[in-house]
Ligand binder design. Structure first.
Ligand code: GLU
Length: 427
């Protein structure tokens, strides 16, 4: 029974992105040939690879990389380490990446992948061997001008450094250093970009600020809740605090906490650093039942964990004015329509969390051109790009008289459609 439920949930993720795609394709009258191409990923790679564990035994892991489309440039997107990673999840997430990079105006297509594990069950040395062996198994299916991975759920800058090192080690001595941009999200000392760590969370707040400006409201004193306090949730909370907003509720895999007076993002972050990454046990807040999280009294909700979290089961209870999608696919299609009917704004994922891949693009350029960018420059350029996307999304929403998500998809799809129409189909 449990397995069936899990399977149904995962199938829903791909269905979700295809539903979003079809809605936009119908409205924009997408060219039928291009529509057929975009309705399915270009390439799906599944690798089974052995790794020696610390106790000397061998475990075989399953890794995925789905390359959805590369009409605009190399495949781009993260690798996640999570038990829910399977071919359907990778397919859905790769497809979202195509729309995310296109909307952002980047010269990239979309890809995504990962390994079906809970990284908490492995030591650092084991995670290093898993990461290196996965990279080796992918071989030239990834590459700096072909497919460029990055961090995603549960993957870290350190892991990106291992990917770069492993990939580069497979090249001849002469070629080696030319390949550092095979992966982005590396630590700054290993070719990474200043600010890539905070870019997704920063971008979520750029999106929320753009929303607030559009609505004529101020973020000062606004109460908000965050699901997931990993990289995206923590940095989004940090920048929300800088804008005067108050964090009142947080949920993660270990539980739900609430404090009407506000939870300090930095204090919570420090706590979870000592607590295996979990919020449970944080003393400066009250523990709440998990199922009350989405109905908490707040102005802004930031789902920054996994997909399919806001569904028909809980969408009705939401009191926030706006849902800012830090995660990929956190709102499923039925919930999306419930929120729209309730007049709750949705800042859609392919725009809202695009700060990460935009900064990845800067890192890729930095490596490719032998440059070093500073933090201020990165954040300023990121903000300009996101504000441009926001404006295009708003214009499309007006032109097609539709919601922001569909408008964002139309903008993104139109760019890919144009590339196909101009270039034609080989042979
Ligand atoms: N994993 C992130 C995302 O879903 C970043 C991808 C990237 O930087 O390539 O957008």
């Amino acid at each position: 029974m449990k397995t069936i439920e899990k399977e149904a949930k995962k199938m829903g993720m791909y269905e979700n992105v295809m539903h979003q795609f079809n809605r936009a394709a119908d409205l924009m009258d997408l060219n039928p040939s291009v529509r057929k191409i975009l309705a399915i990923p270009n390439t799906e790679i599944v690798v089974n690879f052995p790794v020696k564990l610390d106790d000397g035994s061998v475990e075989v892991f399953k890794g995925y990389r789905v390359q959805h489309n590369n009409a605009l440039g190399p495949y781009k997107g993260g690798l996640r380490y999570h038990e829910t990673v399977d071919i359907d999840a990778a397919r859905a997430l790769a497809t979202w990446m195509t729309w995310k990079t296109s909307l952002a105006g980047l010269p990239y297509g979309g890809g995504k992948g990962g390994v079906q594990i809970n990284p908490k069950n492995y030591s650092t040395a084991e995670l290093e061997r898993i990461t290196r062996r996965f990279t080796y198994a992918l071989g030239d299916n990834i590459g700096p001008e072909h497919d460029i991975p990055a961090p995603d759920v549960n993957t870290t800058p350190q892991m990106m450094a291992w990917i770069a090192d492993t990939y580069m080690s497979t090249k001849s001595t002469n070629e080696r250093t030319k390949h550092a941009h095979v992966v982005t999200g590396k630590p700054v000392g290993a070719g990474g970009l200043e600010g890539r760590d905070r870019a997704t969370g920063y971008g979520v707040v750029v999106g929320i600020k753009a929303w607030a400006k559009h609505k004529g409201v101020s973020l000062k004193g606004k109460r908000y809740i965050v699901q997931g306090f990993g990289n995206v949730g923590y940095w989004a909370a940090t920048f929300m605090k800088q804008n005067g907003a108050i964090l009142v509720g947080v949920q993660d895999a270990s539980g739900t906490i609430y404090n009407n007076e506000g939870i300090d993002p930095e204090a919570l972050h420090n706590f979870i650093g000592q607590n295996g990454g979990m919020i449970s046990g944080y003393i400066d807040a009250t523990v709440m039942p998990n199922d009350l999280f989405f109905g908490m009294d707040c102005d802004i909700m930031i789902p920054a964990a996994l997909g399919n979290q806001i569904t028909a089961d809980n969408a009705d209870s939401i009191k926030a004015m706006v849902v800012a999608e830090g995660a990929n696919g956190p709102v499923d299609v039925p919930a999306n329509d419930i929120l729209i009917a309730k007049n709750i704004d949705i800042i859609p994922d392919i725009f809202c969390n695009s700060g990460g891949v935009i900064a990845s693009y800067f890192e890729w350029l930095q490596n490719r051109n032998g440059e070093l960018w500073d933090l201020q420059e990165v954040l300023e350029k990121l903000e300009i790009k996101m504000n441009n996307s926001f404006k295009r999304m708003l214009d499309a929403a007006e032109k097609y008289n539709t919601d922001w998500r569909t408008a964002a998809f139309i903008e993104a799809i139109a760019r890919v459609e144009q590339a196909y129409l101009q270039r034609g189909i080989f042979p």
